[in-house]
Design a protein around this ligand. Structure first.
Ligand code: HEM
Ligand code: SF4
Ligand code: SF4
Length: 526
């Protein structure tokens, strides 16, 4: 499982990097898969409603009504039909990529099981809804799909009478059965939408809308495809004749040839095993779980920053219980906490300058505390030499920072870059522990803990609490959002940064001169 994850991660990371060269970071389609899924869902809904207006639900006239839309009213109903078809195909692509990507990024185990497990019925329903859509056209392909799927369903003892009988002869198929199919085709996506809502319950501020530019481009591409290559029906169904050669849709029906050829016991067995494995995956193999974040009320002033910054809805605010004057206190739900550390990075009491008392913030990760982070920073700074000493703070999901350690480069690994309170940057610079700071991690919009990069950028830009203090010279900070395969980009960024720092120190870069004398000491235990 681990090897499969690593191989897929490497492949997807490469595609992400390639797409990153074509699209601006916010537009990268691979980083917007869930949001694109919703976008395609809305296109399918609107085009489906329009097509339904002209669709004749009776078995006799269904085919003719679709032919009318395709050929007579090609300029609107025809385009809507094509949009309905192509957006459905695109939904399969983004959904399967989203599924593989969440697996490859190991975002399905531990407390993240919930989004994974609720995703599985959605996946099944998208396929069933698509397959039922093919029936409604009532052409040769529909006839083939209807016969193969009902014969497959009849292998289970769930129906009183075999439903495949409906397709034995022209007289056997009743319009009532056809109406049932339409009902299913509408009801299943609605149920899927309700499950999608549940799917997102454990993520804060889910991105359900792609950036406008990406949405418009994708929509324009679908319209162009609909005009150049409109969706067409095959020859009309004829239950008196066995369907001969038919063109299959490889998005929704790739397994149909197998259903036809393999024995039913094998195909049902395989499907059940596949489903069971997918559902069980979050617990196979078990994830060594990091401890959830822990609140220390003695150091908490109830400011609610941790509550606002948690990406997984793991923190709630309740009435204060310790008799202090503060109104609220945070509590962590261990069942939701992924131990990303963003809350500790947001806590104003995560102050490395504190010396008189322990560095014990209001909220912290027991497995990687702020006190340990400060010790690691000081150890990494000790012995740094050269005219441009750089401290790299790097997230575990980003490039392997251990590879860039050198006599002039110290490294401090973090759970997520969002775990780093800006006060640490101030601390390193003001105590002259290094000349420059490099922050590195996942690619932009691709943060494993969802908001680590965004919150960090906002904290540095003083748009989000806790701010980076004004006194910290910004030219001493660089960021490299390069992802796990970006070690060489990080190396390049570090050597360019080292040159800039040296030039600034030598006074050859007039825009970047800075004072090398340590800043005045913070009042300890602020
Ligand atoms: C049409 C189908 C689907 C749509 C539209 C969809 C949409 C989304 C969206 C919008 C998010 C939040 C992303 C973010 O803001 O960071 C999400 C998260 C997630 N989805 Fe889906 N999803 C779909 C199907 C699936 C399937 C089939 C699976 C896997 C079985 C899955 C697994 C996950 C997981 C594990 C997360 C949480 C990631 C994390 O921990 O941050 N999804 N999905
Ligand atoms: S560690 Fe992450 S998931 Fe857990 S409470 Fe803190 S911010 Fe939320
Ligand atoms: S950010 Fe820190 S001080 Fe503020 S509520 Fe959370 S734990 Fe308390």
């Amino acid at each position: 499982m681990t090897i499969a994850r690593q191989v897929l991660r490497g492949g997807l990371d490469l595609i992400e990097a390639l797409l990153g060269k074509v699209f601006p970071p916010a537009w990268n389609p691979l980083l917007n898969l869930g949001a694109l899924g919703f976008f395609f869902y809305w296109i399918i809904t609107v085009s489906g409603i329009y097509v339904y207006i002209f669709f004749d639900t009776g078995v006799q006239n269904a085919y003719a009504s679709i032919e009318y839309m395709t050929h007579e009213q090609w300029y609107l109903a025809g385009i809507m039909r094509s949009l309905h078809r192509y957006a459905s195909d695109a939904l399969i692509i983004v959904m399967m990529l989203h599924f593989v990507r969440e697996f490859a990024r190991d975002r399905y185990r531990g407390v993240r099981w919930f989004s994974w497990v609720t995703g599985i019925p959605i996946m099944v329903m998208v396929f069933v809804a698509g397959i039922s859509g093919y029936w409604l056209v009532w052409d040769k392909l529909a006839q083939y799909v209807a016969i193969v799927s009902t014969e497959w369903l009849d292998l289970l003892p769930i129906f009183g009478e075999p439903i495949a009988r409906n397709f034995m002869s022209p007289d056997a198929l009743e319009s009532r059965f056809f109406t049932l199919m339409i009902f299913m085709h509408i009801a299943i996506p609605l149920i899927a939408l309700a499950i999608l809502w549940i799917h997102l319950q454990r993520v804060t501020k889910p991105r359900i809308n792609p950036p406008r530019g990406l949405a418009l481009s994708v929509f324009a591409a679908l319209i162009a495809l609909s005009l150049v290559h409109p969706a067409l029906s095959q020859a009309p169904a004829d239950l008196a004749v066995v369907p001969g050669r038919i063109g299959l849709d490889w998005f929704y029906l790739p397994l149909f040839p197998l259903l036809e050829t393999l024995p039913g016991s094998v195909t049902w067995g395989m499907s059940a095993c596949l489903l069971l494995i997918m559902v069980a995956m979050p617990w196979l193999p078990p994830l060594k779980r990091a401890q959830p974040a822990k609140v220390d009320l003695a150091n908490c002033n109830g400011c609610a920053r941790c509550f606002h910054d948690c990406p997984y809805n793991a923190i709630s605010l309740v009435a204060r219980s310790d008799g202090t004057a503060f109104e609220r206190e945070p509590i962590v739900n261990p069942a939701y906490c992924v131990s990303c550390g963003l809350c500790a990075g947001s806590c104003p009491t995560s102050m490395p300058f504190r010396r008189l008392s322990d560095l014990s913030p209001g909220i912290d990760l027991p497995d990687h505390t702020m006190a340990a982070l400060r010790d690691e920073t000081e150890v990494a700074a000790r012995g740094l030499t050269g005219p441009a000493r750089i401290m790299v703070f790097g997230c575990d999901s980003g490039p392997a920072v251990a590879d860039v350690r050198s006599p002039s480069v110290g490294i401090v690994p973090l759970t997520c870059i969002g775990q780093l309170p800006p006060a640490f940057i101030d601390y390193v610079i003001s105590r002259d522990l290094a000349d420059g700071i490099m922050l590195t991690g996942c690619r932009e919009n691709s943060c494993n803990a969802r908001f680590g990069i965004e919150w960090t950028k906002q904290r540095l830009a003083r748009e989000r609490d806790p701010h980076l203090r004004n006194r910290v010279p910004r030219e001493r900070i660089r960021t490299a959002w390069v992802g796990p395969s970006g070690a060489s980009s990080l190396r390049n960024a570090l050597s360019a940064f080292a040159t800039e720092l040296q030039n600034a120190a030598a006074g050859t870069d007039p825009t970047a001169q800075f004072d090398h004398s340590p800043a005045p000491r913070e009042p300890v235990d602020a």
